[in-house]
Design a protein around this ligand. Structure first.
Ligand code: CP3
Length: 333
């Protein structure tokens, strides 16, 4: 649907850079926030009321759906996510369950209902999300965040049949979860493939990842809401990653927006792609970089302004406020 001004929201817009969020985190663990619908809804709404974001993204993480499959999850301070009972053998793949999201992610589905009821009168959409199969498989195999994905790649190459079963199970669970989020009231869905582009060359991506991503996007296209395909670090094969599916392509910050959009094809809307590190700079420099993204979008319809990866905890709140104001003002001019 055409709109009058460039919409803006930011990846990790509800996170540790926000003092209200940090205050709540002193009293509750990350998983408590995620699993308590009222608290998750409260966090989701924080950046919308503070800065006038044009969309809310439900407060959760990509990893909680792994718990329903039989893995353990904890967020360790300063150390990021930790996965227990990580996958080491092909037998471990076979023990993973694929229960429905209604059973395992009820808290997030309820948070979506609460946020939707709050924002619908203002016409502000709620975005649901899930992780893509490769990215989730990397956590399930490495037991946490990885620099080089050695174990994941060794498993993928040595055990291609078990790898395929693992990715298919993950895609089944994520597709069901995304459809359940749309059912609960999500107005758009975003798929985060954060690590495939960092871990894999083009040939491996096409062989070991793209087929199951295509199945995931095909399944989710039944949701009748727009789906955003956000695949990080895929500059070497952006066309192939985009071709897996999704209505909108989320662009990371590594390619200039005009070049990336040309490669994706102008018939598809794009979202992005300011480097989140720009928000650590003084306003005069940040503004130049925001303008550069807007100039490269060139006023073409179908651009949603965003960062090209999540905001970092050191981000000054004032820069977020000025960014949103500036995008709105420039787009109205
Ligand atoms: O505002 C939003 O964007 C919505 C919430 C959201 C979170 N994580 C909250 C979060 C979303 C969409 C995610 C997605 C996510 N989580 C991804 C994909 C996007 C990306 O960044 O590539 C990935 C890879 C994860 C896994 C994850 N979760 C990591 C690596 C970490 C630790 C690093 C970090 O930034 O802290 C998390 C924790 C996490 N997820 C936090 C938040 C707000 C910080 C938790 C805290 O309060 O201590």
């Amino acid at each position: 649907m055409p709109v009058e001004r460039t919409p803006v929201w930011l990846l990790r817009q509800a996170g540790r850079y926000l003092p209200e969020y940090r205050a709540l985190r002193e009293r509750h663990s990350m998983l408590e926030l995620i699993r308590t619908p009222e608290l998750a809804a409260e966090v989701t709404l924080m950046p919308v009321s503070a800065f006038g974001m044009d969309a809310a993204i439900v407060f959760s993480d990509i990893l909680p759906p792994l718990v329903g499959m039989g893995l353990e999850l904890d967020f360790v301070k300063g150390d990021g996510p930790r996965i227990g009972r990580a996958i080491e053998s092909t037998r471990d793949v076979d023990r993973l369950g694929t229960p429905p999201a209604e059973e395992t992610m009820a808290g997030t589905l309820e948070a979506i209902r609460l946020v939707r009821a709050e924002l619908e009168p203002a016409g502000i959409p709620v975005i649901g999300f899930a992780g893509a199969p490769f990215t989730l498989a990397s956590y399930a195999i490495e037991g946490g965040t990885s620099k080089d994905f050695t174990r994941t790649k060794a498993f993928m190459i040595s055990e291609p049949a078990a790898w395929k079963r693992l990715l298919t199970k993950l895609a089944t669970v994520q597709a069901d979860y995304l459809l359940a989020q749309a059912q609960a009231g999500a107005d758009a869905l975003q798929v985060f493939d954060s690590w495939a582009g960092r871990a894999l060359g083009r040939e491996d991506y096409l062989r070991y990842v793209a087929p199951v991503n295509r199945e995931l996007y095909a399944a989710v296209s039944r949701a009748a809401v727009p789906v955003i395909n956000f695949s990080l670090g895929v500059g070497a094969y952006l066309e192939d990653a985009a071709a897996c599916g999704g209505d909108v392509v989320g662009l990371d910050w590594q390619l200039p927006l005009d070049e990336a959009w040309r490669r994706v094809g102008h018939e598809r809307p794009v979202q992005g792609n300011l480097d989140p590190a720009s928000l650590l700079a003084p306003w005069r420099e940040l503004r130049v970089r925001i303008d550069d993204v807007l100039d490269r979008a060139g006023g073409r319809p179908g651009h949603v302004f965003n960062v090209g990866h999540g905001l970092v905890p050191q981000t000054p709140v004032d820069n977020v406020r000025r960014l949103v104001e500036h995008v709105h003002e420039r787009a109205a001019a």
